[in-house]
Every structure is written in C-alpha cells, then in structure tokens.
Design a protein around this ligand. Structure first.
Ligand code: GLY
Ligand code: MN
Ligand code: MN
Length: 463
C-alpha cells in the first residue's frame, strides 16, 4: 500500500514537478479561456446491484498533481497565479479505514482542505463558475456546477500533449516502478522452471514485487506455451503441471509507483535448443532497437526497422524463404508481429498523446502500412517509450498468410512445430535523452545482487 517508501519528494524534485504542472495548467487555461481547472480523482464505482466496489483507480489528471492513490471524491483546484488547492475527501468512517492525508513533503505544495462528505466539494469550487473546467469522470461532478465545462478538449489536449515529457520527479517514480518489477520477473522465471502454473507464476511475481494485483498498472500477462500467441492473454491456468510441460513463458508484467507504471516483458524457454536460441536472437534485435532511440527520430521509422529485423530473423531461422524487404512489403512480417513496436508510458500503461502533432490536439496520421501504431510523434528527450518487438504463432493470421501469395514461401512444418511455444516478446522501458537512451528496466533484471530484495531495499541503487 505504501508507495512512498523509497522516493523522497525533496530529493527527487517534487516541488519542481508541481511548478511545471502549474505552467502546463496555466497554458491549458489560457488556450481554453478558463479561469480555473479542477482535476478530480474520480469516485468509487460499485458492482451492479451490489454493495461491493470495483478497485478504485484515481484519474491520471489528479495523480499527476499528487500521489494520493486511494482518495476518491478528491480534487486539485488550479487557478493561474495562485497556489493550487488540494481538496482531500476523508470521511468519518468505522467500516473502512479512511485514507491518510498527504505527507508534509507533498502537502506543502498546496493549500489543503479536508472534506468529510462528497457533497462538500461544491463549496470548494471557485465561485462564478462560468469559466470553470472540470476534469475527470462525470460521476464526480454530477449535480455540481452545471455551467462548468466537462473535460474540454482545448484543456485536455494541452495536458495530454505535454504528459509525454516527464519531469525529474516522474522519472524517479518510473525508475522505481521498473526496479520493483525486477525481483518479480526473477521469481516468475524461477517458478516457471519449477513447473509452476500460470497462477503460481503470477503469485510468485506479486509476492516478490510486494504489490497486490489491483495495484499493478495493467493486468499481468502470464502465458505458458501456446498461450503466448494471445497478445493480451488474461487467464490464470492453475491446473497442476510438471516441469517438462513448461515449454515457454511469456510474462508481461510491471509495477506501479505513485501511479507511474513500468511495462516489462520477458520470454523464457523451458529447455535449451531452438526456441532458446530464437529468444536470444530476439533479445539482440530488441537491444539494437533500444539503442537506436534518439530525439528527432520518428517512431514509425523505428517500427519499420523492427519489421525489417524480424523479417531478417524469419529468414535466418529458415521459417520464410524471402528477402526481408519483400517480407515487410508483402505483410509477411506483420503476420508474425501484428502489434506496434511500443507506446508512451507514464501514468497510464498506454499513455495519452501518442497521436498528437501538437498541443492543439491535431492528429498525426498513421502510416498506411502500419495503421495501428499507437505512437506517431517524433522522439523527444524526456519521453519514456516502450520497445517491445515480438514474434508469435497466431493461428488466424497464419491461416491468412498461408492462403495468400506468400504462403508458398513459408516452411509450414517448422512453423506448426513452433506453435507450442506461442511467441516471444521482449519489452523494456526507454527514456529518450539528448544522447544515449536510458533503459529504465533492463539494468534491474541484470543485477544479481538485487535478486529477491524487497522493493524498498532497491532505493540505494536508484541514484
Ligand atoms: N502490457 C501491454 C503492452 O505491452 O502494451
Ligand atoms: Mn507490456
Ligand atoms: Mn507495452
């Protein structure tokens, strides 16, 4: 529950972060013609006809101001030129433990008000609300300030565009989120080699990261054998199994720190041999792509390079007899690698703003050959992106390939034999800098001395 253990607001630039956010909100207010912007945390949502709530996840607009993860009905009220007001909902309750107030290092950046009932928020909104923008889910604002704009695009576009560029505070959170996931990935690999089920492997991951499942930034993908061919595989098979049944593991799992995500994938082979060598080749390609990350480079260009690299592997492995350039042109590499090379990462695992040309919200067009690419902006220093090439054996895509003009170039016997491994994906979180990119995730997975350490003990390694 306590995500503030290893990071210090004072040492990691939290005050400067709030200052930068103030400048972004001032620009957003000016563009939209608003006197005030309120970022709401959201509300608890209940199951249908039930008194049990879904896990609460605070809205990213609110979390970017202050890491209060368990505080529905709260908000930050921003007015240009004034100290931001933090309204924290803290009910008198004896059924549930009310969430704590922010620690002093965070609270000192705000004027702080506590409300005991959600309805008390009305009195905290600026008076004369005709030029007021309310951000967050409508459920929090129902019946309040009817004349106020809800999530006006002019405001949201400015905030989402700039969210791609991380402050020092955000990077400290993201480095920690990456570090926390490393012991989980190690424990998951060990559980896989012991013959664990998907359920066992997930349990090992969670225990080693010391996160609960609802705290994770996205549903962990723990896919054994052919399940790796389902890109966002979500089940947790728990039938007992033997070590020799575990041919491959694709684990895509990250942690969350102060609302900031890591998004990390590793692939493992159950035994030495062809598939283990394929993983090693993919790892090499992934590291080359990570190293190519530079400001000014279009992500679409890097995505195309990934296709060329994957096509080269398909040829080298003897799966497709065709020149790599021709494979990319004919869509053969897409049949094996049908998703984007990566995406922006931050408060949301697939963070916002990837299609924006600028702060007006003007959209960038995806290239015709890769219409589903999530991130189209040129790379800029301060952005964090994932780099996650993969290769999969996906039945419907392979059937289509087989029926098409390139079908005769594929060694179907070998492709079918590889189907039991599902696929390979390798994913790291990369900070774009003005020079060499910084891989936020890989160093933690390669430092044996942190094996098995609880996450707060990782702190000394962070700086
Ligand atoms: N974990 C989902 C993704 O890699 O995009
Ligand atoms: Mn992932
Ligand atoms: Mn990802």
């Amino acid at each position: 529950m306590n995500h503030l253990l290893s990071i210090s607001a004072a040492a990691d630039g939290y005050a400067a972060h709030v200052g930068e956010l103030g400048r972004r909100y001032a620009a957003a207010a000016e563009r939209g013609g608003f006197d005030a912007i309120v970022a709401g945390s959201g509300v608890l949502e209940y199951r249908f006809a039930d008194d049990q709530a879904h896990p609460f996840v605070a809205s990213a607009h609110f979390l970017q101001w202050v890491p209060l993860l368990e505080h529905p009905h709260s908000a930050v009220v921003f007015r240009p030129g004034q100290r931001p007001l933090l309204v924290v909902y803290q009910p008198e309750d004896y059924w549930y433990q009310p969430p704590p107030l922010p620690a002093e290092d965070f609270a000192r950046e705000f004027e702080l008000r506590v409300i005991r009932k959600p309805g008390e928020m009305a009195a905290q909104l600026p008076a004369g609300t005709s030029r007021l923008a309310l951000l967050g889910p409508e459920a929090q604002w129902q019946g309040l300030a009817p004349e106020a704009a809800r999530n006006p695009p002019a405001v949201v576009n400015v905030l989402h565009y700039h969210r791609a560029t991380k402050t020092a505070w955000e990077l400290a959170c993201m480095r920690q989120a990456a570090a926390m996931a490393a012991p989980g990935h190690r424990a998951a690999e060990a559980a896989f080699h012991e013959g664990g089920s998907e359920y066992d492997i997930l349990a090992a991951f969670l225990a080693a990261c010391r996160q609960t499942e609802p705290e994770l930034p996205y549903g962990a993908i723990v896919a054994l054998n052919e399940h790796g061919a389902t890109l966002h595989y979500q089940h947790r098979d728990r039938a007992p199994r033997a070590r020799q049944d575990n041919h491959s593991l694709l684990i895509d799992a990250g942690c969350s720190v102060n609302g900031y995500a890591s998004d990390i994938t590793r692939s493992h082979a159950g035994h030495d041999g062809e598939f283990a060598r394929m993983i090693a080749d993919m790892d090499q390609l992934q590291q080359q792509l990570c190293a190519a990350v530079r400001p000014g480079l279009s992500f679409a260009v890097l995505h195309r390079q990934a296709h060329l690299g994957i096509a080269t592997l398909l040829e080298r492995w003897g799966l497709v007899r065709m020149a790599p350039e021709d494979m990319v042109r004919a869509g053969v590499s897409t049949a094996f690698f049908p998703h984007g090379l990566g995406h922006l990462l931050g408060l949301q695992v697939h963070d916002v703003g990837g299609h924006m040309a600028d702060a007006t919200g003007a959209a960038l067009q995806a290239p015709d050959d890769f219409p589903r690419l999530r991130f189209l902006r040129p790379l800029e220093a301060g952005q964090v992106v994932t780099i996650e090439p993969g290769i999969y054996f996906i039945d419907p895509l392979l059937r289509e390939l087989r029926a098409g003009p390139a079908g005769a170039r594929v060694d179907w016997g070998r492709v079918e034999a590889l189907g039991r491994y599902g696929g390979i994906r390798i994913e790291d979180d990369i900070l774009v800098t003005t020079g060499e990119p910084e891989n936020l995730s890989r160093p933690w997975l390669e430092v044996p001395s942190i094996r098995g350490m609880p996450p707060h003990d990782c702190a000394p390694f962070l700086r």
